[in-house]
Design a protein around this ligand. Structure first.
Ligand code: 3HC
Length: 336
């Protein structure tokens, strides 16, 4: 089902097995490589190899859709937030995620892929979005846990993208990361309140949420480096700055201390400090679950996609009205 519409990874003009490239293209390629080697940014107007463009569109589309689909599990709790303060925070957070999606769609548009193309790929089930949003949010403690762990993992992954070689993506990420940082803190603070001032039942609810979200959160960083088909080239191009496994390790190391402060147990009996590595060892990740969810068979994949398609269909009259209004304005301007 999820066969990623934009990962055709087209080659340069190919004649049988032989790649045909003009001398001019070779020079452009050399200039591009020199920019990348020097750590310079690439702008939308600059020449870039087709595969660099396609890799960026693939990653940015996946990222943008994650932000938009990520609004659903949390939006589910806006009307059930326990206080006005929590409701206002959650509303702002969900709205931020919508904004992040829009910055990212705009960044992909600078690469020549329209928003309509990306929506079409999402709605037809071809485009990917983060595996994490295919898990259900069962209790209010899930809201805090998503903020703490999911947004925490997202920041760990996204801060290095502020230095991505493609400037429009890097610029979008600077603002996104500032907001994600607030998202992580509000989640941690909501959990801390429940753990320090809550009833036993509320504390148990937090632990249950952490038990359910821990493993999916550490899967968010993607497959292990030696099974990640895109990493080597993306690192070479400076699109990715730190590998999936390194980011996962950094996240785990940072989170262990936060869990101690909260007073929750991370559900991994093999999680322990390794003095020699100066890092935590951790248990085996169930990659078959990850690939099942990425492949479309997670607990909420169908529900999430159906919600996005319905929102698109329900919004058709707004798009039609906006286009009719724009056409009318143009007629008036021409007649004047
Ligand atoms: N969920 C779904 N698919 C995933 C995934 C995940 N957690 N991790 C990896 N994949 C997919 C990749 O997209 C790739 O599939 P494709 O070739 O069809 O695109 C395949 O698994 C192999 O993985 P690779 O490691 O080779 O892929 P990448 O080099 O692209 O690395 C990544 C994966 C680390 C997720 C990278 O794409 C990335 O850093 N993306 C930008 C950040 C992002 O997408 N974040 C979404 C997280 S949540 C979020 O942003 C919302 C926030 O509000 C919480």
């Amino acid at each position: 089902m999820y066969t990623q519409a934009m990962d055709t990874m087209g080659k340069d003009a190919v004649d049988g097995e032989k790649t045909i490239r003009s001398a001019e293209d070779m020079q452009r390629q050399q200039r591009f490589d020199a920019h990348i080697d020097a750590g310079d940014f690439i702008e939308a107007k600059d020449w870039m190899p087709d595969n660099y463009r396609k890799t960026l569109v693939r990653q940015i589309s996946q990222h943008a859709h994650s932000e938009i689909v990520g609004m659903l599990p949390e939006g589910n709790w806006i009307s059930r937030a326990p206080t006005l303060k929590r409701k206002a925070i959650l509303l702002a957070k969900v709205q931020d995620e919508g904004g992040h999606g829009l910055y990212l769609y705009a960044a992909a548009e600078t690469l020549g892929t329209s928003r309509d193309q990306m929506f079409e790929a999402l709605h037809s089930g071809k485009a990917k979005y983060s595996s994490i949003f295919n898990y259900p949010t069962l209790t209010w403690a899930d809201m805090g846990t998503v903020g703490w762990l999911v947004d925490g993992a997202a920041i760990m992954n996204q801060v290095p993208i502020c230095r991505c070689s493609y400037a429009p993506y890097a610029r979008a990420m600077i603002r996104i990361c500032r907001e994600e940082s607030f998202h992580q803190r509000q989640g941690f603070e909501a959990l801390l309140t429940m753990m320090k001032q809550g009833t036993d039942a509320q504390k148990a609810m937090v632990q249950d949420a952490v038990n359910r979200w821990w493993w999916p959160s550490i899967m968010m960083f993607g497959p292990p480096d030696d099974q990640s088909p895109n990493s080597a080239q993306s690192m070479r191009w400076g699109i990715k700055r730190i590998s999936n496994d390194e980011l996962r390790q950094k996240f785990i190391d940072a989170t262990v201390e936060q869990a101690r402060i909260l007073g929750v147990t991370l559900p991994d009996p093999d999680l322990k400090w390794n003095e020699e590595r100066q890092a935590h060892d951790f248990g085996t990740i169930d990659w078959s679950e990850f690939w099942r969810v990425v492949g479309g068979d997670g607990p909420c994949n169908r529900e999430r996609l159906a919600a996005r398609v319905k929102a698109w269909d329900d919004g058709a009259w707004v798009r039609d009205a906006a286009l009719a209004h724009a056409a009318r304005q143009q007629q008036v301007a021409l007649a004047a």
